[in-house]
Design a protein around this ligand. Structure first.
Ligand code: FES
Length: 272
């Protein structure tokens, strides 16, 4: 069962505490005011950095929440991952909104899980791997990238995941099918993040095998997403469980508010 969506969190003032390079990305730690919202945060939720006229930004920047650390002495930090050239330096003030939306639910017991992600959309999976391993879940990953240099934080994933398979978007469906059909893996839960076309392919493969599937229906890597329910760019046509989106019970959901993490069935409707 998915956790309930809360009311939008207010904008808070954060400070850049650390910037760590990771290939074409920087992992940025932001010191934020503590509070229960951060204790409850989980992979799959979003942060929004409102546009700032002083930085020449008209549109908000929507980001995955990459991790949260709550420490009694050092306070609370939230992590985001940005392509290099973002302009944030240690000590800079940042206004942010979040965490927003529903994250990935965590299994109650050890559950063999297959995680699939593409390039920068692997951000929430890095965090999810760690939480699943804490629950003794075998965690297998399939990571896709157009350019092998664009894989995110491979060293960390190789240390934490049970297995890591690298591929590209063209080969991804065949690779995922092979992993799902590997009897040694005994996959029971499938999780995917990335462009909607990718998560839709993964959902179709997993659901055809009767597997529980959770996907992110919003990809912050895509252009023009507000992350707050205003723009309508993330709307999905959802069927009544058959995945077709064409039944009398079909309805439209706003993925950033009703998700971004949704059951795989929800993304099998008609493409936008
Ligand atoms: S991303 Fe704008 S309404 Fe969902």
């Amino acid at each position: 069962m998915l956790p309930a969506t809360g009311a939008p969190e207010p904008v808070v003032d954060a400070v850049v505490a650390l910037v760590r390079a990771s290939g074409p990305y920087d992992i940025v730690s932001l010191a934020v005011p503590g509070g229960p919202v951060w204790d409850r945060a989980r992979p799959g939720q979003l942060l929004v950095l409102p546009g700032a006229a002083t930085r020449g930004e008209v549109l908000p920047r929507v980001l995955w929440l990459a991790g949260v650390r709550v420490e009694p002495v050092h306070g609370t930090t939230a992590e985001v991952v940005l392509p290099v050239g973002h302009g944030l330096v240690v000590g800079a003030g940042v206004r942010l909104l979040g965490p927003l939306g529903r994250g990935f639910p965590l299994p109650a017991g050890p559950t063999p899980t297959l995680l699939i992600g593409h390039e920068g959309s692997v951000v929430p999976l890095r965090w999810l791997v760690a939480l699943l391993r804490e629950r003794d879940c075998p965690v297998h990953t399939v990571l896709s990238a157009d350019d092998p240099d664009h894989h995110l934080d491979l060293g960390l994933l190789r240390r934490q995941a049970t297995s890591v398979v690298l591929t590209d978007p063209q080969e991804l469906p065949a690779v995922v099918a092979a992993r799902l059909d590997d009897p040694d893996l005994e996959v029971a839960l499938v999780v995917a993040t990335g462009p909607l076309t990718l998560v839709r392919e993964v959902a179709a493969l997993a659901l055809a095998r009767g597997l529980t599937t959770r996907v992110a229906a919003v990809d912050p890597g895509a252009p023009v997403v507000c992350g707050t329910g205003l723009c309508g760019q993330c709307d999905l046509v959802v069927g009544n469980g058959d995945g077709g989106g064409t039944t009398a019970a079909a309805r439209t959901v706003r993925a950033c508010l009703d998700g971004p993490v949704v059951p795989g069935e929800w993304v099998l409707g008609a493409p936008r």
